[in-house]
Design a protein around this ligand. Structure first.
Ligand code: 6PG
Length: 247
């Protein structure tokens, strides 16, 4: 598929965090059911952070999802143990994986804590290619990607000032530590761009400046890496509360 013009920004403005979680889990569940009905299987990539946790709790309770046909991968991960409070895997396990009784062989944690991040990211890319259906361009086309946005305008672990947002020859990349930030591993823009459905969750007034920079017609990708979402070819839905949308 050729690079399309940025799709229109589809925003679902809701009252508060609880509504965001309800709306997001309902829409994500619908996409997973649709993928299983159409293709016999589905895949979902999970972001970490606080915002999606309530969505994951609700998603685990959504009816009529055959989780034995759903592959779970991560959007990004911190270089911490899987039991660490900062671990995205740990929170996904606590909110979604255990409650939905997702079979362990369908779950592919991102090995960000591996001391050899380069080799580990390459191995994760191979695992991703195995676990997720490839599209016509040979890129894993994840059915559902859940993203957040940082107050600084990052998404996934694509941070302002880091070259990672420009990586196009790899599907998984390592991100060095920074002040008050452990090293990370992250999916790169090509994977996000080839997803079938992307849901961006944002709650709270602190997100408003970053959202405005991400939604603006003009802007600098290096300064606001969340602008990479504008290049996604699939359906992108921004599910935000009123405080984030209009402050
Ligand atoms: C992570 C996430 C990251 C997150 C944003 C927003 O590992 O932290 O993948 O990209 O989505 O930082 O985090 P909050 O939801 O906590 O605001």
């Amino acid at each position: 598929m050729s690079r399309v013009e940025s799709a229109p920004i589809h925003v679902v403005p809701l009252v508060d965090a609880a509504e965001v979680a309800r709306e997001a889990s309902s829409r994500i569940a619908g996409e997973l059911r649709h993928a299983i009905d159409r293709r016999g299987r589905a895949s979902i990539a999970l972001s970490g952070g606080n915002t999606p946790r309530d969505t994951y709790v609700r998603l685990a309770r959504e009816p009529d999802i055959d989780w034995t046909h759903v592959t779970v991968v991560w959007v990004d991960e911190r270089a911490v143990a899987p039991t660490d409070d900062r671990s995205n895997y740990r929170w996904a396990k606590e909110t979604l994986l255990d409650a939905a009784r997702i079979p362990p062989d369908r779950v592919h944690p991102m090995p960000a804590e591996d001391p050899d991040c380069g080799a580990a990211s390459h191995a994760y890319e191979l695992a991703l290619r195995e676990a997720v259906a490839l599209d016509a361009e040979g890129v894993p086309s994840i059915d559902v990607v859940v993203l957040g946005i940082g107050d600084d305008g990052h998404t996934a672990s694509l941070f302002p000032g880091e070259p990672t947002v420009h990586v196009r020859d790899r599907l998984v990349a390592c991100v060095p530590a920074a002040t008050s930030r452990e090293p990370r591993m992250t999916l790169t823009p090509p994977v996000l761009e080839h997803a079938r459905a992307v849901f961006v969750l944002a709650v709270g007034a602190a997100k408003r400046p970053a959202l405005q920079r991400a939604w603006s017609d003009q802007g600098d990708l290096a300064q606001t890496p969340a602008r990479v979402i504008r290049e996604c070819r699939g359906d992108v839905t921004w599910i935000v509360d009123r405080a984030a949308a209009d402050g």
